[in-house]
Design a protein around this ligand. Sequence first.
Ligand code: FES
Ligand code: FE2
Length: 362
Amino acid sequence: MPLAFPFDPNIERAATVPARLYNDPVYLELERERIFARTWQLVGRVEQLSTHGDFITAQIGNDALVILRDTEHLRGFYNVCLHRAGPVASGCGRRKTLQCRYHGWTYGLDGTLLHAPEMEGVQNFNPAEMHLVPIQIATWGPLVFANLDGKAPPLLDVLEDIPTRVAPFHCESMRYVMRKEWDVACNWKIYVDNYLEGYHVPVIHPGLHKELDYDNYEVEPHRYFSIQHAPLRAMHGGNAAERRYDPAKTDVPEALYVWLFPNMMLNIYMGQMQTNIVIPTSHDRCKVVFEWYSANPPADPSTDAQWTKLLAFSDEIQDEDVEICEIVQRNLRSRIYDRGRYSALRENGVHHFHSLLHEFLT
Ligand code: FES
Ligand SMILES: [Fe+2]
């Protein structure tokens, strides 16, 4: 079966991408090489790297990474020792040097090999010329990103005007609150497809549907990201006590949903934001990681009344999404299904994602 697949840039004519993209492990390998190793990936938070020597470890596809602060610079390296591929860092912490856990080769925070014990007599071996392999690191607001492709465009170019658009929400001054993970039995792209349309909201999310002005829900595709505008429903009539958000109370009466190709979402509300990362763990499973940030972090979100409510609502929506995504994964294996059609009115975000898949994979 060919790896290439058909794609029509005109949504009115287009059929969705073939089911094999969600079922065949060969595409995961291709995606790791051509998508995940070439795009900016969220790997941590700036506050974890505030002091000289602070480091975190991360993983992009098959590649283990270490990201650290060396005086004013944030640096990133493959977490792979030049000797016999041991790890030069584990977990997170603060160090003056990085020492491999296998045979103790020691590297400076700039990646230079400082010390390799008992290597006397080895020819053409000069530690001063040996370096951990570097990767590109960039930050935006409280977030740290890495890119394995040395030739990738800078993060800020990829983000275009997102920073300006998001500025009224003051994300840069929000602080980390908590993290939650889900193991979902679907290909990572099913979860992303689902995120990229509001078409399913009336049917799958009755609770959320009450809050949103569905008629004015819009997806705005850009080169490498899309923005979903999900205005809150006006408070006329109805029982205001049943509503979770009061649109009259905010100066920017909108939630903003940003998706960054391929696997990151940023859900922004007044005073609060959430990052979602979708990490493929196999061709038919993914890990979804939510991290919450707040302008006024609670002392303990598990006992704070407002946060308990917010997290319960988030869980309700997430459970609804996970359930449908897992069923879709099972059905994409059906002998009778291969490709469907898009709603030109409601699924332009999904079509845009698929156009990027087509661009990167073929
Ligand atoms: S693998 Fe790192 S010192 Fe041997
Ligand atoms: Fe949903």
